[in-house]
Design a protein around this ligand. Sequence first.
Ligand code: NAI
Ligand code: MG
Length: 351
Amino acid sequence: MTRHHIALVPGDGIGTEVLPPAQQVLDTVGARHGIAFSYTSYDWSCERYLREGAMMPPDGLDQLREKDAILLGAVGYPGVPDHVSLWGLLIPIRRGFRQYVNLRPIRVFEGVDSPLRGAAAHEVEFVVVRENVEGEYSEIGGRLNRGTPEEIAVQEAVFTRAGVTRVLDFAFDLAARRGGVLTSATKSNGIVHTMPFWDELVAERATVHPQVSWDQEHIDALAAKFVLGPARFDVVVASNLFGDILSDLAAAVAGSIGIAPAANLNPERTHPSMFEPVHGSAPDIAGRGIANPLGAVWSAAMMLDHLGHPAAAKDVTDAIAAVLAKTDVRTPDLGGIATTAEFTDKLLELL
Ligand code: NAI
Ligand code: MG
């Protein structure tokens, strides 16, 4: 019996509704594969911020440090500015634990209608590798002359040779294990310092991974191609901002943002990695028990994979595929009438 100690951070809104299903799935599949989980739950959230003035305690990262992995629901809620909640919880974890790869798989499942006519099940299956700790999301910059006609805001993007190289190497390695094709998102025609640097490093790392064929696309054209021909992609690597936008677009192509998962990986495993659905706290449906739990469940499957249990992970993704293909039980975001609990029960039955 292998035991893993998991930190649960449900966070805000539907984050608290989708983590219990993920936990049920982990316990069910773990029982079959000889994996036991123990959980420690943390109430770090916007509610905590309003109560205590901080999203998490000052020693928050230390409390997580010895855990095997972190499963997170969603962070952010009306009443607390989004940059406060994000920078008070999610970003410190990603950066503090050097989770420099954000991995976001996209798949059109049979039984889910993509809004695109051209996106058929079994054809669209790719992964976005997003740089997760530097790039455009930087604290460097400032504002001057607030509230005056002369007001200015400056924000600097930070790209380092070490930071770009390691995420590119991760993406090339992943492409080598998958279809052998990598697409790099760039914008070196408009952004004249950081993006040419990114492009140079892609070309440089390509020489170290000769088995992968690669190309690059400007982000605007790439966005259009995600819509016009999503089936042609296998691994897409992008900077922090570009990867964020592309992966939400890709999740929409796949039919619902409620299904999309993400892994924040520390590939060296010197720190815990974090797994979270792509979606946010969905204040518009929070508290009604109708959130789609599949994004959180699939994220838990990515966690199983990371913890060295690929067979258990596959059982979970197979159950997700089965519940969508073989039943018409669905939450409202997928056109159904099931509650989160009913949908989860059906999933557990198939698992
Ligand atoms: P959102 O993802 O929370 O919601 C967008 C739309 O998708 C809403 O109509 C929502 O009802 C629907 N939706 C999302 N997840 C769903 C699910 N599992 N089942 C059914 N429907 C679902 O994005 P929004 O509205 O832009 O952000 C709301 C809050 O969440 C904000 O405070 C934002 O900062 C935060 N947020 C947090 C993220 C994170 O924790 N990683 C990511 C995105 C947003
Ligand atoms: Mg996003």
